[in-house]
Design a binder for this molecule. Structure first.
Ligand code: GLU
Length: 306
């Protein structure tokens, strides 16, 4: 596979979509990013990395961090990860990522780890396991991406906190049901920091390599059991692209996780991990040009999981 040539063609296909979406404006710090950006990277399972466009420009990972926090909780639980699945489900929610409505009827157990409520539970667990969830996440992402310069974006974290009433409400609600182990202020603070980490398409594609290598890191050491990597990929496929995961699976056919910063990571088990970034979002919160690019990638290569 000539990845570079495929990426050039994918980028040319996606270009017209770049200005079609709307840059996230729910926090002022995200709104500052230019809508014109587009980058895509592929990291194959042997460690080769290819990229086109703004693939080395850092952006706010936002909800893409939810994939990595789940992986880190599983890795830190040393096989005892089943406890997390008593506190969070694995069904699509059919409601927006920050919705409160299901929590009351479902006794404070979020539908899945990729909506905000579920990610807050995962962050809470990570806080218990590590004593410092957000710093552990940063170190984990530095390790997996091979980029020791990764950092939090303080302006984004502060902005999230200033506009964090809804996340605070989700956390308090779950605490009322006994589904948090740590104080609400600490859980939401670590969650905001984890969302604020800045990474490029290159960093994210490389960091997500273990998902394509059935749980193995680039150096061959084991981060997760193969079945754990399978489970993360399965939840990405069914719940990873907000309330549009069905449409995304239909169009692209890959496990993927998106974030409101405009990034999407996607996994082709046994082959490679991709990351695409373009800040213009559709009404569901997925990058318009990013989805078009991944759609075209699987069309050109025939590499969906189906
Ligand atoms: N930090 C964001 C929030 O909790 C994550 C948004 C996202 O990427 O879905 O609202």
């Amino acid at each position: 596979m000539d990845y570079q040539a495929v990426l050039e063609e994918v980028a040319a296909h996606a270009r017209p979509y770049v200005r079609q979406g709307r840059v996230a404006d729910y926090i002022p710090a995200l709104e500052r990013v230019s809508a014109d950006r587009f980058g895509i990277a592929v990291a194959d399972i042997n460690g080769e990395v290819y990229g086109v466009g703004d693939w080395e420009t850092p952006f706010s990972v936002q909800s893409i961090s939810k994939t990595f926090s789940l992986a880190l909780v599983m890795a830190q639980s040393h096989g005892g990860h089943d406890s997390i699945w008593r506190r969070v489900g694995r069904e699509p929610s059919g409601t927006p990522f920050n919705s409160l409505v299901q929590l009351e009827a479902e006794n404070g157990i979020p539908r899945n780890p990729f909506i905000n409520a579920g990610a807050l539970v995962v962050t809470d667990r990570l806080q218990t396991l590590t004593g410092d969830a957000s710093t552990s996440m940063l170190h984990f992402l530095r390790e997996e991406s091979g980029n020791q310069d990764l950092a939090f974006d303080q302006a984004v974290a502060d902005s999230e906190a200033e506009h964090g009433d809804r996340n605070a409400a989700l956390a308090h609600f779950m605490a009322a049901f006994g589904n948090l182990e740590n104080p609400v202020p600490s859980v939401i603070e670590h969650y905001f920091w984890q969302c604020s980490i800045e990474m490029s398409c290159r960093d994210l594609a490389v960091a997500g390599g273990f998902l394509a290598r059935h749980g193995l890191r680039a150096d061959g050491s084991r981060l997760l059991e193969a079945r754990e990597a399978k489970r993360i990929n399965a939840v990405m496929l069914t719940c990873g692209t907000y309330d549009a995961a069905g449409e995304f699976a239909y169009r692209v056919g890959l496990p993927a996780k998106s974030g409101v910063g405009g990034g999407i990571i996607a996994v082709i088990p046994g082959r490679c991990t991709l990351c695409v970034w373009s800040p213009g979002l559709d009404a569901r919160g997925n990058s318009v040009a990013g989805a078009a690019a991944l759609d075209h990638f699987t069309t050109l290569t025939g590499w969906s999981v189906f």
